[in-house]
Design a protein around this ligand. Structure first.
Ligand SMILES: [Zn+2]
Length: 360
């Protein structure tokens, strides 16, 4: 199959606001130009499409003088692109708000693409203007050149109103970084779904197994960060929040390897019940302990190498040792899961009886 070919049209040239005093807003003495928003969203869409092996033609390039509308549609028609998307932000009454998509009435391909954009806007929680869908037609203000003169599927997207206080914060204000990314992903996903190209989502993390990783294997990992929330761990080697499994406050039984994930180090670890996770290897948050050291640690705290502090019967077992009822095995273990022989039971009872007599 030939590579899909998409035309992106970044609304207006960067001189439009200065030369014609339109396509932008002034707020508190500052200028906010529509072209800057269109170009930013457009370039993000282009990047996603190209990552999906889609060829892109830009009919109004970013941060360049305004290209005439005839020139833009002639170019797209001549290049025989599969579809064209014109990217804008709206202006109007301060009460008007929300994003919407225009497609020429009766053009089924264009309306199918417009429906896909609205679907993606809804999925991302982008507020809509009315139903989010408007038809373009002659004899009305919706008679847009970019939709009338294009020979292929074409839509025009207004990503909210620059003139509305809430939308302004999304387009230019404090939410703009997140909002522009959302808009670009929604536009790109809709285009890809129209083209029948599977959306790959966020780029997978780059994972490298580090040299010398063997040195870390088989050790216990302790979480040493004492913050209330613990240290996040993940179901796979990624820093992506979508794969966050929980916050570790203690540690993991065994380190399986040391990885470099997107340039930062992570340990692959196994928990006590066998589940495998990934967690930061930053020494500010975690430290390795030899399995041997763990035994020493237990010995110091509970009196037995194989009885962990805070384990179910730790208090009773430690007390029994302190009282001289049991010494455990010569290797310092208690072997809490072993059965007791009749001889051992008699010894325990006798020891307890002797201690009781001593106390009198
Ligand atoms: Zn515009």
């Amino acid at each position: 199959m030939a590579k899909a070919y998409v035309a992106l049209d970044y609304g207006h040239g960067e001189n439009t606001f200065n030369d014609h005093d339109s396509k932008g807003v002034r707020r508190a003495g500052k200028n906010y130009e529509e072209h800057h928003f269109n170009a930013d969203v457009g370039e993000k869409v282009r990047k996603i499409l190209e990552e999906h092996n889609v060829k892109v033609l830009v009919t109004q390039p970013p941060y360049k003088r305004d290209v005439g509308l005839d020139h833009r549609t002639n170019l797209a028609n001549r290049k025989n692109v599969d579809l064209l998307v014109s990217i804008h932000a709206n202006a109007g009454d301060p009460s008007a708000s929300g994003a919407c998509v225009f497609a020429w009435k009766g053009y089924s391909g264009s309306n199918k693409l417009a429906d896909a954009v609205v679907r993606e806007f809804k999925a991302k929680g982008i507020a809509l203007h009315g139903s989010g869908r408007h038809y373009s037609q002659e004899g009305s203000w919706t008679n847009f050149h970019m939709l009338r003169e294009t020979a292929m599927t074409a839509i025009l997207i207004e990503h909210g109103f620059m003139t509305n206080a809430r939308d302004f914060e999304n387009i230019f204000g404090k939410n703009s970084k997140e909002y522009r990314q959302k808009c670009a992903e929604a536009d790109a996903k809709a285009i890809l779904s129209y083209l029948g190209v599977e959306y790959k989502g966020d780029k997978p993390a780059e994972v490298k197994r580090l040299r010398g990783a063997k040195r870390y294997e088989g050790k216990r990992l302790n979480v040493i960060y004492n913050g209330k929330k613990g240290v996040d761990f993940y179901s796979k080697a990624t820093w992506d929040d979508a794969f966050k499994v929980g916050a570790a406050t203690e540690g993991f039984a065994e380190v399986l390897g040391l990885l470099e994930v997107d340039g930062k180090k992570m340990y692959k670890v196994r928990g006590v019940s066998g589940e495998v996770h990934c967690i930061t290897a930053h020494e500010k948050f975690v430290e390795l302990a030899d399995k041997k050291d763990e035994g020493d640690y237990n010995m110091a705290n509970t009196g037995f190498r194989d009885v962990e502090k805070e384990s179910n019967l730790q208090k009773q077992i430690t007390e029994a040792k302190d009282l001289g009822i049991t010494e455990g095995y010569p290797d310092g273990t208690f072997r809490p899961d072993n059965h007791v022989t009749r001889a051992e039971a008699v010894t325990f009872a006798l020891n307890a009886y002797k201690q009781a007599l001593k106390d009198k």
